[in-house]
Design a protein around this ligand. Structure first.
Ligand code: BMA
Length: 904
């Protein structure tokens, strides 16, 4: 950089700049392609780019819906074949006249040879890398032919596994048999879950899954812009903008770089008179630093804390003669972020804290883990899905999503929407549940992957952390894949890959965020322990993943008190209408059907769910012909309650420590947000984008203010108020009502005056529940718990709710003397002319639990669902995704609940 001038521009000047001509040309090659397989059984099929083989074969009617029935296995021949995508395109003299002509693939899935006019111009082997080929020597005026020949990923994975095995084995050798999957995904750089997972089918796609184009330019082209905003001690933000160009290898690139930022006050433009530093391969980099007064911009806040304000920045390169050569526009945010790992307690073993501070506010991370938005990667770019899932997360008061390491680095739109909604992203690198090779070729492609992805994603304010992989530290330490006897070898591989390669590469482009070498990890302690902690699942350090399928999922004392829970979950089935989009026959929904077994990948999962929910719910015998209906419905109740009670426990422990210094829990990211097919999984939203009961519960258990009860195994109940707010609320009233199962009138009511303390969890009362219930005339100390339950509410001065109402069941519902109430739909009223909002009245003749509404065939969201009814009637709102008529709603709406007679 030679000089820099900063000026404040008027809007008129801005407009003029936007109108200048570009000197580069782009020829889009997306759209219609052709397709054939290597045996030429299929020739000249129509294909789409971006796209993938399963989608194309479905569109050509060669395959039916691959998500239906058993088609995941029936169509496996597709992925065992080799497929060629090809097309012609025309270039003219004007394009050929440029000094540089590049063929750019934003994503190739995965192994391919790229042939242009009969010349092999390159190969691909990593679906997460952007491939750029110099095609100037091979292009011709007029018609050109481009072919991309894909090799079967299954065969390539096998080949690479065998090659590696000649040296030593890099396990696991395969996925469990229940997955109906393919082996050796860890040997290839492709969505790991596309070879199957415990929640998803193997559909190992091939294809040009992202855009492809020809870029022609003379001097240079902006490839990436990285931005970091750092608050200084005084009144300014220090902004660092790093611009990466593809340029002429030999030429010196001279000209002006204009960085324009629209702030609240004005447009700030900084002009750099530059010559670039060539960093090899024709790649040029320029770093600009300038300051913005803090008063001129608002902060970017996570959901629930303020607006996630974004500012538009444009980076333009002009040649020496002031011709605009290229530009890039992005939206940036101003926020500070740190991950605090400070000593807790006085003893060495008391460990370290683990929480995020954003803009000086400690944030309790509330959210979930996302799996790939679709197992067919190109479909994960569907805007409706991205918007729906992230807006659903926002609506459930989530402020963080972990993009899990067995999927893909998501689309630009995904992160843009996270930026806009204030959803922080914990970003894993795409390595999960396996050991990985560290041979030269593997490390070199990983290096490119990390470089590309970090440069692509770095500027997003929503991304707050990089994590190297999912569970691979734990897998090694706990010997999941038989690596024990060669621990040192695999440990050294771990360090080579995640520390020496990935972390190194990340820090070259981005030092503005923390990097974790695994998740879960002990964080700083893992590093001190040489990256493989003795107990990566420690509750005293870092994050934990916690699953327990052996004990009662509603028993809060058996749940851990970690610093940060980045995964915990329970399975449930999608609803019957949802399942019936994956099969035509209700007999397929019977408990032991082949279909139900086929869809369950978690070994023993269906029996496990039955056993777990039988500890709490009045499940009928599986001899009953309606058993499957109850079973499917109850799995959602069981999941929702288990995750609710666990999340509430984590929130309750946000600001205190127990006697052994466990506590200060500052994160709850449950497993998992979404689904990739209709199956029993841990998700809160099903594959057809319907909220399961869990997501409705998340909206309540993640609410900014929570009132919740905690029942210990020794039968003490404490009532807690938890607040994520940044200021106190005075004069609140917490009400504990005791109801028996037979009346809408509480048998006992207790009010507690409370101050809701900002950012804290406070206990307002505690009691021996059996004594309290018996004093409320529910029965004797022994019997009272079966007759009554607790209802909690929190209101302000005017009696308005400050938190969602909550419930506590003092005994297992299967043992409680529940009433078999009749619940019906009452009046349905259209609330808006356009048919996007309806009021649905629900009426009951007695207390009803887990009241569940469905509008089959019409997609939409209710204001609440799976709720308890302690009044005769209630009104729930329904918002269909698309305008719908009153008659349709009336026709399709149904209601059920725990003791609905159809289940008995
Ligand atoms: C964790 C995740 C996933 C898995 C989930 C449920 O291990 O990281 O790998 O799908 O649990 O088993």
């Amino acid at each position: 950089m030679r000089t820099a001038t900063t000026i404040t521009l008027t809007t008129t000047y801005l407009l003029l700049v936007l109108l200048t001509v570009k000197s580069s040309l782009v020829l889009e090659l997306d759209g219609q392609w052709k397709l054939e397989d290597s045996t030429r059984n299929y020739q000249e099929l129509n294909a789409n780019v971006p796209g993938g083989i399963y989608t194309d074969l479905m569109e050509n009617k060669i395959l039916e819906d691959v998500f239906f029935g058993f088609r995941d296995v029936e169509t496996r021949w597709v992925a065992q074949n080799n497929w060629t995508y090809f097309r012609n395109f025309v270039v003219d003299e004007a394009l050929l006249a440029h000094d540089n002509i590049k063929l750019v693939f934003d994503g190739l899935d995965t192994f391919s040879q790229i042939i242009l006019n009969d010349h092999l111009i390159g190969t691909s082997e990593n679906m997460f890398v952007q491939y750029i080929f110099d095609v100037l020597p091979y292009l011709q005026n007029g018609i050109n032919t481009l072919q991309v020949r894909f090799t079967s990923p299954i065969l390539m994975a096998k080949h690479l596994f065998e090659k590696q095995a000649m040296d030593y084995l890099v396990p696991p050798a395969c996925v469990p048999i229940e997955y109906n999957g393919e082996c050796h995904a860890n040997h290839i750089r492709k969505m790991q879950a596309s070879f199957s997972w415990d929640w998803g089918p193997a559909l190992p796609s091939v294809g040009i899954w992202k855009s492809v184009r020809i870029e022609a330019y003379n001097s240079g082209l902006i490839r990436h812009v990285l931005v970091s905003t750092e608050a200084d001690q005084s009144d300014n933000w220090n902004v660092k903008v790093t611009t990466y160009f593809d340029g002429n290898i030999n030429d010196e690139l001279l000209g002006d770089l204009l960085i324009r930022l629209q702030t609240n006050l004005d447009v700030v433009e900084t002009i750099y008179d530059i010559s670039f530093t060539n960093i090899g391969n024709g790649e040029l980099v320029h770093t600009a630093m300038f300051t913005i007064p803090k008063l001129h911009v608002d902060l970017w806040w996570p959901n629930g804390y303020g607006n996630p304000t974004l500012y538009q920045m444009t980076v333009t390169f002009k040649s020496s003669n002031q011709e605009e050569m290229c530009k890039k526009t992005l939206k940036i945010g101003f926020r500070t972020i740190s991950l605090v790992q400070d000593k807790i307690g006085t003893k060495q073993e008391s460990g370290l804290s683990f929480y995020f501070i954003v803009n000086n506010v400690p944030i309790f991370a509330k959210g979930t883990n996302s799996i790939p938005l679709n197992i067919l990667p190109e479909k994960g770019y569907d805007s409706t899905t991205i918007q729906f899932l992230l807006k659903s997360a926002q609506a459930a008061h989530m402020n963080m999503i972990r993009v899990w390491g067995g999927g893909v680095y998501e689309s630009d739109e995904f992160y843009e929407v996270c930026d806009e909604l204030g959803i922080m992203v914990w970003q894993d690198f795409m390595f999960a549940c396996a050991m990985y090779p560290v041979n030269e070729e593997f490390l070199s492609t990983v290096k490119e992957e990390v470089r590309y992805q970090v440069r692509r994603l770095q500027y997003h304010p929503s991304i707050i952390l990089w994590a190297a992989n999912n569970e691979n530290e734990a897998a090694l330490r706990q010997d999941w894949y038989g690596t024990y006897s060669d621990f040192e070898l695999y440990k050294s591989d771990f360090i080579k890959l995640y520390v020496d390669t990935i972390r190194n590469e990340v820090f070259k482009s981005d030092t503005s965020r923390q990097f974790l070498t695994s998740s879960p990890t002990n964080g700083l302690q893992s590093e001190l322990d040489g990256y493989i902690a003795l107990n990566p699942a420690s509750n005293f350090f870092g994050d934990v993943h916690y699953y327990n399928y052996l004990t009662d999922s509603w028993e809060q004392d058996s749940m851990p008190i970690p610093r940060f829970s980045s995964e915990y979950g329970l399975q449930s089935f999608p609803t019957i209408p949802s399942l019936l989009t994956a099969t035509n026959s209700t007999t397929d929904l019977l408990f032991n059907s082949n279909f139900m077994k086929h869809r369950q990948h978690h070994p023993g999962g269906n029996e496990e769910m039955l056993a777990l929910m039988s500890m709490r719910l009045p499940i009928v015998s599986n001899e009953n012909e309606n058993f499957y209906k109850a079973y499917i419905f109850y799995t959602q109740i069981h999941q929702s309650m288990g995750i609710k009670l666990q999340t509430e426990k984590y929130r309750i422990w946000r600001s205190s420590l127990n006697i052994i210094d466990q506590g200060f829990t500052m994160g709850a990211l449950y497993w998992q947000l979404n689904d990739v097919w209709m199956a029993p999984t841990w998700s809160g939203i099903d594959f057809n984008l319907n909220w399961k009961m869990l997501h409705y519960y998340a909206k309540k258990f993640f609410s900014p203010i929570l009132i919740a009860g905690y029942q210990s195994t020794s039968r003490n109940v404490s009532i807690h108020i938890v607040s994520d707010l940044t200021s106190n609320i005075y004069n609140a009233t917490a009400t504990v009502n005791i109801y028996n199962w037979d009346s809408f009138e509480p048998v006992h009511t207790e009010n507690h005056q409370a101050i809701i303390m900002s950012g804290l969890s406070t206990s307002i009362t505690s009691f021996w529940v059996d004594t309290t219930l018996s004093e409320a005339q529910c029965g004797t100390d022994i019997s009272a718990k079966y007759e009554c339950f607790l209802h909690l509410s929190l209101t302000d001065n005017n009696g308005l709710p400050l938190a969602p109402d909550n419930f506590l069941f003092p005994a297992a519902l299967k043992d409680s003397h529940l009433r078999s109430s009749t619940v019906k739909i009452g009046a349905v009223t259209q609330m808006t002319k356009d048919g996007t909002e309806y009021d649905i009245q629900v009426i009951t003749d007695g207390i009803a639990l887990f009241v569940w509404l469905e509008v089959d065939k019409i997609k939409g969201i209710f204001s609440d669902n799976g709720f308890m009814m302690i009044t005769k009637a209630t009104v729930v709102k329904f918002y269909p995704n698309a305008p719908t008529s009153l008659d349709e709603i009336k026709n399709y709406v149904t209601v059920t609940h725990l003791t609905d007679s159809q289940y008995f």
